[in-house]
Design a protein around this ligand. Structure first.
Ligand SMILES: *Cc1c(COP(=O)(O)O)cnc(C)c1O
Length: 236
């Protein structure tokens, strides 16, 4: 058991609880996702031993290389894709993950739905929304595009919508970042009103540097990498 890992998890959980308390929210509404990208399987298992269950990865190849097949994963471990998914990788990723949190086009929705149906499953998805108008980011670019996808939901029996996801502005002051999170919450409320039969209960927003603000803006899922696993090394 890695003591340091346990300490880091305890500290994050404390900060999540404090942020929830500061705005009168129930801490049980907020799920911690451990973003294990670039970190080895040993780090995932250290986290698992210390109580982490939900992991996020942003590259298809990395999920494939790092995680054992479903049947061989430890009890209760879940892995979801949080990074941009290319069409030609859909077939590969569908049998490897418990959810796709970065669905960002109608085209991709069709591919994931068809592939999941062929696998005899239905894939839980979050719809990624670009709240910071940064071109480099993925995600639906407008409410119009998002609604256009949701208008086709009946043609997509292989996906199950669970909510929305965003990556906040990288850098920027508290106001800029909170505005982006607040926008996602507003978009979620409009989706709920427009599609009352669908589930938009998950609002995935907040990372190591901004999760306390995200919780104050209504986040139900925070995605924490650096604060749990340390800095990422992209050079190796
Ligand atoms: C890497 C990543 C995170 C985690 O970022 P940290 O700042 O290390 O906590 C969260 N969400 C997404 C989509 C990511 O790609």
């Amino acid at each position: 058991m890695d003591e340091k890992m346990q300490e880091r998890i305890d500290r994050i959980r404390d900060e999540i609880a404090q942020a929830a308390a500061s705005c009168g929210r129930d801490v049980r509404e907020i799920t911690l996702m451990a973003v294990s990208k670039t970190h080895p399987w040993d780090a995932v298992m250290d986290g698992y031993a210390a109580g982490l269950r939900l992991f996020g990865e942003n590259r298809v190849q990395e999920v494939e290389a790092k995680f054992p097949p479903f049947e061989e994963r430890p009890d209760g471990m879940q892995v979801r894709l949080i990074g941009h998914l290319q069409s030609n990788k859909v077939k590969k990723i569908v049998p490897l993950v418990d959810g796709i949190d970065s669905l960002d086009s109608l085209k991709l929705a069709h591919l994931i739905s068809d592939c999941s149906m062929r696998n005899g499953t239905r894939m839980p998805v979050l719809l990624e929304y670009n709240t910071s108008a940064e071109d480099a980011k993925s995600g639906f670019e407008s409410e119009h595009d998002l609604f256009d996808m949701l208008d086709h939901i009946e043609e997509l029996p292989g996906i199950v919508v669970r909510g929305l996801m965003t990556v906040g502005p990288l850098g920027g002051d508290e106001r800029t970042i909170r505005n982006a999170f607040s926008l996602l919450r507003t978009v979620r409320d409009r989706c709920k009103a427009r599609y009352p039969s669908l589930d938009f209960s998950t609002l995935s927003m907040g990372m190591s540097g901004d999760f306390a603000w995200a919780i104050r803006e209504g986040s139900t899922l925070v995605r924490i990498g650096t604060r749990l696993f340390g800095a990422r090394d992209y050079t190796t």
